[in-house]
Design a protein around this ligand. Sequence first.
Ligand code: ADP
Length: 324
Amino acid sequence: SNSLDKDQMQGLRGVREFLKVRTSYDVLPLSFRLVILDNDLLIRKSLNILIQNGIVSAPLWDSRNGTFAGLLTSTDYINVIQYYCQFPHEIDQVDQFRLSSLRDIERAIGVLPLETVSVHPMRPLYEACRRMLKTRARRIPLIDTDDETGRETVVSVITQYRILKFIAVNNEQHTMLLKKPVREIGLGTYTDLATATMNSSVLDVIHLMVKYNISAVPIVDKDNRVLNLFEAVDVIPCIKGGAYDELTATVGDALSQRAEDFAGIYTCSEEDRLDSIFETIRKSRVHRLIVVDDDSRLKGIISLSDILKYVLLYGEEEDDLQEY
Ligand code: ADP
């Protein structure tokens, strides 16, 4: 109806205004820890460091030139796995690869290097969001440059998850206006879904993620009921210790080794409204929602980028967007 439309637009405008008056710096907690890895580190060792610190990504530092050298993410490990699949006789060499070799690995397997965009921490948060959407990055480094020396400092990294959490926590008066059901606003993907079963191999799922350029694959039974979700970050423990041959293990085995504190998977229905999705984001550590019907059958998937895209871009005029 008309008033639903009006409320929805008013809510979206409210959130957009909020993102324009806050900075990326505002998203950061008062105190935080940042693990930065030296580009010279062996890839094999970087895995253990991520696992020990309970993180899935880290900025890289080129200590020779004193510059930021990109972000290490699960995509990089997936690239190493693809390299190993293409050149299986080079396993000894793979073991000796350093983080600085990641760009060579991309070239060897023929994937386009991800554009490393960064933002200054004091720029509007809206700008960080726009850049993330434009480059399909899930996280963006905050880089400060000293005016006089030109030296770079990595202040932190913010993720889509952090930003949506920040919106959810600080914008209840706006998000409560978003009362249209997911079905009506077409939020998420509902056709050509990539899925796997408990008996698929981890490697099969990795190939699916690469082929579809996605970061998670729902695991379904023979009736298309959702059992679990395999995420790109689940790859990290699988290859701990350089055990690339264990990638032939089944998804079922890999998922049974998840950490005790695994946040779980989140589902919703097509009748759910965006206000309730924001409530879920406010309360829990949700990285995507699986859309199911009343029988738990898979209908679709809503990624954080789908939500961010809708919140930022729906109903905006092309012209207004050019400046970003
Ligand atoms: P994000 O960018 O938030 O990490 P994804 O990379 O998983 O999310 O999703 C990118 C796009 O692909 C989104 O539009 C999402 O709806 C869609 N998508 C996510 N998972 C799947 C899947 N298993 N099959 C098909 N499309 C998917």
